[in-house]
Design a protein around this ligand. Structure first.
Ligand SMILES: [Cu+2]
Length: 464
């Protein structure tokens, strides 16, 4: 088991990342990177450590920061006691680089080799079923593709949100908490730290900072509010908004990312904070004003040209999916090792399974689409059983292989074009999405609440 001195190692990784970026971070050149997946210990705050699986020994794991159009070669070495793989969430890649169908056995390595396309905030995590026991132990990290304008901000900060289900000494608790149907934590972290261990954001009056929020939780939605300021939301899931908007809080479903601008309107010596709506679980990011001020930095963000596939909900979508749940045996093998075991979900030999059009993966019916052709899809969240059990929830649906336009939420078009790769389908409601698969292959569409994904709420999209 790797028990390296995490802080020193983390520092070295960040320095070597910086060197890598300086040496290779130029369009046309390749970024080469080696990531070891190891077991270890991680300090969430002084006096509270827990066992982790991690990319490069840290939580979040080694951040990958490249530029648009840059070739990326990543050798991943599996020093974990289980087979695993990496999915590059949100990146549009050739099918064999996407991850889910790769298996990296313990002791072996695998090299991913692809070109980073559109700029944006992405992330990476395991995608070998069951996903929950791996992602939940800390296997996640940011993947940032820089846009030219990103360098014009006073600072560029990534905040990866997560939750942990631990006892008072930091030991992982198994299954789900009493009364829960998913694995929710009792401690929440930002960038692997909770409470007083969270680093403050240092601002100077007049600066304009870019903040990138990533929700790496397996089930928890996170709402982060800011005091004394507003966020200007510029990107969702890495895609620039046609109509950026201001708000004092943002909510992210599992898998989602939101980029905001933060204008430092405060004064030297003032203090503010960004807090979770579940503040008592530990996420409070102090905002501290440093000495002095700078001339007000103007936003380098410019809204993209319109590129909508559709103006409103389609009359007859190509595909209609209904998200639900059912009691009964899972299809396929090995699916029940996920979050539902040991959490009171088992009832004799049957269990709650999560379904798309009445079936659980791998028995779901694959969706056949043509490469380069527009596909319209309506996704209903009609989970009557969960509603009857007082368990209404949105299902954040993630599509691999491309991104999609959100055409409607409950029949209403969003204000301005909205492009995403993960969309919460509201409880009792529906969303319309439209997309074009640009690369052939078998891709996955699934709920990013990992208990639901492992429990069968997933289907294949076969692009030919
Ligand atoms: Cu779900």
């Amino acid at each position: 088991m790797s028990r390296l001195r995490i802080i020193d190692r983390s520092f070295l990784i960040r320095i070597s990342m910086l060197f890598m970026f300086m040496a290779f971070g130029v369009a046309g050149f390749a970024a080469e990177l080696k990531i070891e997946m190891t077991q270890g210990q991680w300090e969430l705050k002084p006096g509270l450590s827990t066992s982790i699986w991690a990319y490069g020994g840290t939580v979040p794991g080694t951040p990958i920061i490249v530029r648009q159009g840059e070739r990326v070669k990543i050798e991943v070495v599996n020093r974990l006691p289980a087979a695993t793989n990496i999915h590059w969430h949100g990146l549009v890649l050739p099918n064999d680089q996407d991850g889910p169908f790769v298996e990296i056995q313990p002791g072996s390595s695998h090299t991913y080799d692809f070109t980073a396309g559109a700029s944006g905030t992405y992330w990476y995590h395991p995608h070998l079923m069951p996903v929950l026991p791996q992602l939940d132990k800390g296997l996640y990290a940011p993947f940032i593709v820089l846009a030219p304008e990103d360098g014009k901000y006073s600072g560029d900060h990534t905040y990866v949100l997560d939750d942990w289900y631990l006892d008072a000494r930091g030991k992982r608790l198994e299954g789900v908490a009493s009364g829960d149907m998913e694995r929710y934590g009792n401690i929440e972290t930002v960038n692997g730290k909770t409470e007083e261990a969270i680093a403050p954001l240092i601002l100077r009056s007049g600066e304009l900072h870019k903040l990138r929020f990533i929700n790496a939780s397996t089930a928890a939605f996170h709402t982060i509010a800011i005091s004394g300021h507003s966020f200007r939301v510029t990107h969702t899931d890495g895609h620039a908004l046609a109509q950026p908007y201001s708000t004092d809080k943002v909510t992210l479903a599992p898998g989602e990312r939101i980029d905001v601008e933060l204008f430092a309107s405060g004064k030297e010596g003032q203090r503010f904070e960004m807090t979770s709506s579940r503040r008592d679980l530990g996420i409070v990011i102090p905002i501290v004003y440093d000495k002095g001020s700078v001339p007000a930095v103007v936003s380098p963000f410019s809204a993209p040209q319109p590129r909508a596939y559709l103006a409103g909900p389609p009359d007859r979508p190509d595909f209609t999916l209904e998200l639900s749940s059912a009691m009964g045996m899972m299809g396929g093998g090995g699916m029940m090792q996920g979050g539902m075991m040991g959490g009171g979900m088992m009832s004799g030999s049957s269990a709650l399974r999560w379904t798309i059009n009445g079936k659980s993966f791998p028995d779901t019916v694959p969706l056949d689409v043509a490469v380069g052709k527009l596909v319209t899809m309506r996704i209903y969240n009609r989970d009557m059983m969960s509603m009857m059990m007082g368990h209404q929830m949105d299902h954040p649906i993630h599509l691999h292989g491309t991104y999609f336009q959100v055409v409607s939420i409950n029949g209403s078009a969003p204000k301005g074009e909205l492009w995403k790769d993960t969309i919460p389908v509201p409880s009792g409601g529906y969303v319309d999405i439209a997309f074009v698969m640009t690369n052939p292959g078998t891709w996955l569409l699934h709920c990013h609440i990992i208990d639901h994904e492992d429990g069968g709420m997933m289907t294949a999209v076969r692009a030919k």
